[in-house]
Design a protein around this ligand. Structure first.
Ligand SMILES: NC(=O)c1ccc[n+]([C@@H]2O[C@H](COP(=O)([O-])OP(=O)(O)OC[C@H]3O[C@@H](n4cnc5c(N)ncnc54)[C@H](O)[C@@H]3O)[C@@H](O)[C@H]2O)c1
Length: 346
């Protein structure tokens, strides 16, 4: 094996791979991979992500390791990008072999982040949402939205999505993209209309401020809230009173207390770590009338699981290119000699 050639999954290759496997299959596979890694949570190095904030957004690094493989993601969040014709969230990521430190994979992760976020949301809902949920409100119909809808269809058996966005063009795009998905798609004129009859409410809006996408009176007993868009200091989606009525489930408390909806609460407000529910250490939903809240911010282990899955599938299908990105002279001490010899090449 030539270690200096690193498998690279470009955007084009990622699209080929996902279309080859099928979007819903990838979402189900990712949910299973992420769930398996949550079950062995203590095996991972964990740290809140390293964030560099500016007035308009954030750039973050998200590292983790299970002792055999190391991974990190570079990701940004710039809500104002959309008005410039740019993505709010872009990302790429890397896996490396802990034994040598050599990279194993470099991959685009803008598409993969949307897939892994939806897979994580749906996986969490599998454990927390009311039994037999079939209808989901989807508030915020941007880049992540269709992935969320399809994740909940594939993993949780949702049959209806009720869409709302402050920008009707975003909703119209979503309606078009989800036609033929097998979901009943209902475009709604207000958030109140969207949540009507829904057992699951997903909020996935982008705004760099304390927003109130849901007020307390909009949330009835027994619903599951999947709050995805509040993922930065000063950027939340739910009224604080909803949090006080909810059983709150988080990925990694040290990060969520900085970035999630719970930044609105005192630092000792009780929360449950989702991995403990999956590992059978603590109950998830405790009764049919409980409001459950998955305060999603996105954690490094989800990206690690997604990258490992993509590496395995890329190897199986050949949907990757080799990248000459590690200098690896035959004599490891002769790095300069390698440079000299390159100068002599015709
Ligand atoms: N938790 C995670 O793991 C995770 C992962 C990826 C993205 N995100 C977050 O999810 C959010 C959405 O990301 P995206 O890539 O879809 O962004 P996007 O900019 O493509 O879409 C956001 C949508 O929200 C709408 N919106 C803004 N304010 C609204 C309001 N008050 N009511 C209804 N709709 C409103 C916008 O019109 C837009 O269509 C972002 O905040 C992003 O940071 C979280």
């Amino acid at each position: 094996m030539t270690l200096n050639l690193v498998p690279f999954v470009s955007v084009e290759r990622m699209m080929q791979l996902v279309l080859h496997l099928g979007v819903e299959r990838v979402l189900c596979d990712l949910a299973a991979e992420i769930e398996a890694d949550f079950r062995r949570w203590p095996a991972f190095d964990k740290t809140p992500r390293v964030a560099s904030h500016s007035d308009v957004g954030v750039i973050e690094l998200m590292p983790t390791s299970d002792g055999e493989t190391y991974g990190f993601k570079y990701v940004n969040g710039h809500p104002s990008n959309m008005k410039k014709g740019l993505q709010t969230v872009t990302a790429f990521g890397l896996l490396a072999d802990v034994a040598t430190g050599y990279p194993l994979l470099l991959s685009e992760m803008t598409i993969l982040t949307a897939l892994r976020t939806a897979a994580t949301s749906a996986m969490a809902a599998k454990w927390l949402a009311p039994a037999g949920a079939t209808s989901m409100a989807l508030i915020g119909n941007g880049a992540q939205a269709e992935f969320q809808a399809l994740g909940f269809k594939a993993v949780c058996g949702i049959t209806e999505v009720r869409l709302y966005d402050i920008d009707p063009e975003a909703t119209a795009k979503c309606v078009t993209n989800l036609a033929g998905s097998g979901l009943r798609v209902v475009a709604c004129g207000s958030p109140e209309a969207a949540i009507e009859g829904a057992q699951i409410i997903t909020t996935v809006t982008a705004d760099k401020q304390y927003a109130t996408i849901l007020t307390d009176n909009m949330v009835g007993a027994g619903v599951h809230i999947n709050a995805v868009g509040g993922d930065c200091p000063g950027k939340t989606e739910l009224h604080r009173d909803i949090l006080l009525r909810s059983g709150i489930f988080v990925e990694y408390p040290d990060q969520t207390r900085i970035e999630g909806e719970i930044q609105q609460l005192p630092a000792d407000h009780p929360v449950t770590e989702l991995w403990q529910v999956i590992a059978g250490q603590t109950p998830g939903r405790t009764d049919a009338r409980q409001i459950t809240l998955f305060d999603s911010v996105g954690f490094a282990i989800e990206d690690f699981s997604a990258l490992r899955y993509i590496l395995a599938k890329a190897r199986q299908t050949g949907h990757f290119d080799n990248l000459d990105m590690i200098a690896d002279p035959d004599d490891p001490r002769d790095l300069y000699g390698m440079l000299l010899r390159a100068a002599c090449r015709p």
